[in-house]
Every structure is written in structure tokens, then in C-alpha cells.
Design a protein around this ligand. Structure first.
Ligand code: ADP
Ligand code: ZN
Length: 436
């Protein structure tokens, strides 16, 4: 396989070289952090008064974790480390789990972010010959503008279509022969389901690749998208607190995402047991920025669950990989005492060929018990009027759920288009149980 790099030197730097870059970056970051109101206070107790107090990467462990709540409390300016005249842009998070957080960028920050996005794009084998349609929302959400500049820098022809308006997305894809899209997995599934109803055939499109991110999804969803569309789908991870997209990207081998360790220090944390984890153990991803100037973050607890993989990759990149994100730590559902992540339910559904491109997970209280209802669209050819066929499918879905997650759900089947569509991050879980 032909392996391309955007920044070969850094992407293939040996681990000692990376550690040297990290130590330098950490010292600079601590100095910058001490310019912020938040870290000035936070670092007081640690005895770290300047970069000189950071002698090795281990000194990072003296610094307490930073949480999303800290960012919310420091809103709007408590984490700003430079004069406002140096700041050129701000972004906020989507606010999926509460009040949004703000991150400021200098020109230098934007250039670094752009570089990380360019590395990811090139790692998937894309180049300036590609036509890139960016279906992530443009605006405060980082999904749009983030990858946009990376793609332009690589020299791709960029179509900033933003999210939504499926008919227009398809027309643009056909008219400009789009080869790569950047999109949430849920919206990709929806786009696929609209190709024929909008009057197109797959052959009208020239799509080769999709970059899927911004929400948790299972490997079976990736496969389903790849098979239905006849494309390669690459996992792309990021969050506004760490810039946005471009933090970690799959390479051509599509086997977990390289996380750029010259720009972030990666740690893993087990929140339940309050202990640090090593490689190959599932836990919460914790990141420290190394190159960010306007909003440095030290040991930021992402809330995302993954596994760090230090095995060498065939692409030659030395930056370690993180596994597909299982979900956020607070996504876990407890249904009649059984712990389950929505991505596990999704994984089962998407393996069943009759299941269509949209689903919902609903949980309600039924007396003293919890009741799980899985609502899923199925392909219209299944609605033949033969009730037995549908009953058999429901039974099969129930059985597979029972076998995999030990919960026996009620199953509701819907026609294509029967469930609400989300053009950005999808809302899949509807939990109406009273909170205690
Ligand atoms: P919010 O946290 O409010 O949704 P962001 O827009 O910054 O704000 O979204 C970042 C979050 O999106 C990540 O923390 C993660 O939970 C999720 N995410 C992003 N990319 C992926 C991905 N490839 N797989 C799973 N989850 C992802
Ligand atoms: Zn690789």
C-alpha cells in the first residue's frame, strides 16, 4: 500500500524524539497556563510556579485533572492566556451534555489545528486530486471550519455545504463528483437512504471515502455504511476543547485512530476507581495540549471512553492509537440493573440486514421495572402485508439483544423515514425515567 504523510518527520518520529517534543511543549504549556486566572489558582497548591518546575514528563502527574465543569466555571475568560488582541477566533462545544465551553485561538493555534487536520486527511490516502464535501455544521461547532482549512491546505477542492438540506447535498455530490465527505455517521446513513428517493443512482456519484465523527458509533455501523455506499469509511475524533476534529484519525489501515502525540499528551483514567490506567485498559481519555497558546488545558478529562493502543502500526506512524470511542462516561444506561452503552445496542441492530438506517432507544419506567423499547426503521420491501415476516424479524432482534446485552426489549418497526432525522449529532436515547 502506498503510504502518504503530510509531515513525515513528525508523524514517524521515534518515541524518544516525541518525548523530547512533549517535554518542551509541556513546559511552554505550563508557562502559558500560569497566565490564566484558572490555572494560577489551580497550580498554587502543586508547587509549580514556572516551567522550571517541570523537569520530566512525570511532573505532569503533580497537576490535578481539569474537568468540563472547570471549563464551565471558568467561562467566559478564566482560561484565556493571551491578550485579546492576539485572539482571532473562538469556538464553543455543541453543549450536548450541558452549558457549552469556550476555546480561544490565536493565528498560530489555527495553523497548528489546520496541520493536524491535514495530517489526518493525508493519512487516509486523500490528496489535492480529491473533491471534499464538508457536511458538518459551519459556525460555532468545530466540525465544519476545523476540517475545512485542513482540506484546503492539502489542496482538495472544498465544498463547504455544511449540514442539512439532503436534496442539495446529493445534487452537489453529483454535479461536482465529490470523492470524500465529512459527516456524522447518522447523517451519512440518512443521505444513503435518500439517494434513490431523490432520483439518483449510486453510479451518478463518485464517492470514495467518508470521514465519520462527532458522535459515537459502532464498527457494525461503519461496515453498514461501507457496504451500502461502496466506500471506505474512516473514523475521525476530536472535541472542541482540544481544537475540534483532527485530534485523532484513522490511517489507510482503518484500525483505530492515531492521536497526534506531539500536540497532546495522552493519559487514561478510571473514574470509578480513581486510578490511572495504562495501555490496553478501557478508561477515560485524558489530554494535555502541548501547542495551544490561547487556551492551554492540562490533564483535561474528555469524558470519552476508549483504549490506548501502543502497538506499532503498519503505516509507520509512531503516534499511538485510540480505539473507537465506546461513548461518553455518562452515556452508560442502567436498565433493570444491567449496564449497557447505546453503542452496544446500535452494534447489534446494524448487523441485522433488514434493519434500515435510523433507530431510537427508549427507556421508561413500568411499575418498579425499567422498560426498553428499540424503535428501528426497516426497509420498505419488508412491509409486504405479511405480519408473520415482521413478527419473525422482531423476535430475531429481541433474541439477539437478549443474547448480547441480557435485556429483552420491546421492538417497534418503522418504515423508512418514520423516525426523526438529525443532520448533525443524532439524538438516539430517550430516557424518560424519573431521575432520583
Ligand atoms: P459536545 O461535547 O458538546 O458534543 P463537541 O462538539 O466538542 O461538543 O463534540 C466532541 C465530542 O463528540 C467528543 O467529546 C465525543 O464525545 C464526540 N465524538 C467526536 N468524534 C467522535 C468519534 N469519532 N467517535 C465517537 N465520539 C466522537
Ligand atoms: Zn497507521
Amino acid at each position: 500500500m502506498d503510504i502518504q504523510y503530510w509531515n513525515r518527520e513528525v508523524e514517524t518520529l521515534d518515541r524518544e524524539g516525541l518525548a523530547r517534543l512533549q517535554l518542551k511543549g509541556l513546559k511552554e504549556t505550563v508557562d502559558r497556563a500560569l497566565q490564566t486566572e484558572f490555572y494560577k489558582r489551580r497550580l498554587q497548591k502543586t508547587g509549580i510556579r514556572s516551567a522550571d518546575d517541570i523537569r520530566s514528563l512525570d511532573d505532569l502527574k503533580k497537576i490535578p485533572y481539569t474537568t468540563k465543569n472547570d471549563l464551565r466555571e471558568a467561562y467566559p475568560r478564566g482560561l484565556l492566556s493571551v491578550d485579546t488582541d492576539r485572539v482571532v477566533r473562538l469556538h464553543t462545544s455543541s453543549g450536548t451534555t450541558g452549558t457549552p465551553t469556550v476555546i480561544y485561538h490565536t493565528t498560530e493555534d489555527l495553523a497548528n489545528w489546520t496541520e493536524l487536520c491535514a495530517r489526518g486527511i493525508v493519512a487516509t490516502g486523500s490528496s489535492n486530486r480529491d473533491v471534499f464535501q464538508n457536511m458538518m455544521g459551519y459556525g460555532l461547532f468545530t466540525g465544519g471550519l476545523g476540517l475545512h482549512y485542513g482540506a484546503e491546505t492539502v489542496g482538495m477542492l472544498v465544498i463547504p455545504s455544511s449540514s442539512g438540506n439532503t436534496a442539495r447535498q446529493l445534487r452537489l455530490m453529483k454535479d461536482f463528483q465529490t470523492t470524500v465527505v465529512h459527516v456524522t455517521p447518522s447523517y451519512m446513513l440518512h443521505i444513503q437512504s435518500r439517494i434513490e428517493p431523490e432520483g439518483y443512482k449510486r453510479e451518478d456519484l463518485n464517492l470514495k471515502k467518508a470521514y465519520l465523527g462527532a458522535e459515537a458509533y459502532s464498527e457494525s455501523t461503519r461496515r453498514k455504511i461501507e457496504e451500502l455506499m461502496g466506500i471506505d469509511a474512516y473514523n475521525s475524533y476530536g472535541m472542541s476543547e482540544m481544537n475540534g476534529p483532527g485530534v485523532a484519525f484513522e490511517c489507510v489501515f482503518k484500525d483505530s485512530m492515531h492521536i497526534w502525540e506531539d500536540s497532546y499528551i495522552v493519559e487514561m483514567y478510571d473514574a470509578a476507581r480513581q486510578r490511572e490506567l495504562g495501555e490496553d485498559e478501557e478508561g477515560e481519555l485524558v489530554l494535555t495540549t502541548l501547542r495551544r497558546t490561547a487556551t492551554p488545558l492540562l490533564r483535561y478529562r474528555s469524558g470519552d471512553l476508549t483504549v490506548l493502543n501502543g502497538a506499532p502500526c503498519r503505516c509507520g506512524r509512531t503516534h499511538r492509537r485510540i480505539a473507537r470511542i465506546k461513548g461518553r462516561t455518562d452515556d452508560m444506561l442502567i436498565i433493570n440493573g444491567v449496564n449497557v452503552y447505546p453503542s452496544q445496542i446500535e452494534s447489534i441492530l446494524m448487523k441485522i440486514p433488514e434493519v434500515g438506517t435510523n433507530y431510537q432507544i427508549c427507556i421508561e419506567k413500568d411499575g418498579s421495572l425499567d422498560r426498553l423499547t428499540v424503535k428501528t426503521e426497516i426497509y420498505s420491501k419488508m412491509f409486504t402485508g405479511d405480519v408473520q415476516v415482521l413478527e419473525e424479524l422482531k423476535r430475531r432482534i429481541r433474541e439477539q439483544m437478549k443474547a448480547a446485552i441480557l435485556i429483552n426489549p420491546a421492538v417497534e418497526l418503522h418504515e423508512p423515514g418514520g423516525l426523526p432525522v438529525y443532520e448533525g449529532k443524532a439524538k438516539r436515547v430517550f430516557d424518560t425515567r424519573p431521575k432520583d
